[in-house]
Design a protein around this ligand. Sequence first.
Ligand SMILES: NC(=O)c1ccc[n+]([C@@H]2O[C@H](COP(=O)([O-])OP(=O)(O)OC[C@H]3O[C@@H](n4cnc5c(N)ncnc54)[C@H](OP(=O)(O)O)[C@@H]3O)[C@@H](O)[C@H]2O)c1
Length: 329
Amino acid sequence: MPHVAATDRYESMLYNRCGRSGLRLPAVSLGLWHNFGGVDAYDTGRAIVRRAFDRGVTHFDLANNYGPPPGSAEENFGRMLRDDLRPYRDELVISTKAGYTMWPGPYGDWGSRKYLLASLDQSLQRLGLEYVDIFYSHRPDLDTPLEETMGALVSALRQGKALYVGLSNYTAEQTNQACEILDRLGVHCLIHQPKYSMFERWVEGGLLDVLGERGIGCIAFSPLAQGLLTDRYLEGIPAGSRAAKPHGFLKREQLTAERIATVRKLNELARRRGQTLAQMALAWVLRDPRVTTVLIGASSVTQLEQNLACLEQRSFTGEELSEIEAILQ
Ligand SMILES: NC(=O)c1ccc[n+]([C@@H]2O[C@H](COP(=O)([O-])OP(=O)(O)OC[C@H]3O[C@@H](n4cnc5c(N)ncnc54)[C@H](OP(=O)(O)O)[C@@H]3O)[C@@H](O)[C@H]2O)c1
């Protein structure tokens, strides 16, 4: 049965303007890096995506290599579009990226025009779409002239295969350089996708300033530090969790006793605020007005629902913020 979306889907979500653009994104977006690949249960992923859309999550983030195997998350999402979301295409913002290894040989990786445009064609085929809303350079490539990589993004726009362009994992300086080139080509960079959480704060050292000044939106990935900033690992490593999976990017070594002790203190503070640690961690990333949206992952509908409820309690007192800083020291 194709999905009939909830009629109240726009009632509880908050939509933030993405930099200086006409596009507004949900404060919580869903990423398909883990849990939506060929190795995962299709029906679980499908249920998460359907529920997300029913709750006003209009933005779904992909990349050519998401899986495993690489490409399978796009294939699965393409199937969900066909099965469920096709009638709602104009209510969706779908992104993909190219920049990491995708196929063998010298043209299946990094930032050449040859790779980026071929990869986008392949992504569109897997997704069953004529265009994506956002096409990203997934990572900077120091061996390719930046003019070539930015020129390929602009070509994707001109060919009608993407509506907006974005950068991911570029430093503040690289972002400035890339945006200068895009500006000269008459294209505004819509959005930057950096890793940002209580445990990963490099963006505070200049990138957020660049984004604010240039009117570029920020979509913060791994805001839960892949699950570390939740109650997931407080009692060890549960079966089926990302840290327990051989293909998971969260490694057991990252779950040090010191880390877990910090998580425990944060968990205690979240409880006093009347929310879960996951909710507090998301609200904390959203506290900066330059952050447009938090890009979460979820392996169940329950996790998704719990995370969406972060919007119910987003403000922090000065004392709470200081306490968080002290815990993170
Ligand atoms: N641009 C880039 O280079 C880049 C890199 C990485 C990610 N991303 C994007 O960012 C998205 C999100 O990344 P992420 O998945 O690392 O984000 P995350 O939100 O930090 O972590 C998601 C994981 O945390 C656990 N989790 C989530 N909610 C939970 C809850 N309420 N209680 C307990 N555990 C919970 C789940 O792990 P379990 O599986 O253990 O349940 C879930 O898979 C990706 O899908 C992708 O779109 C981009």
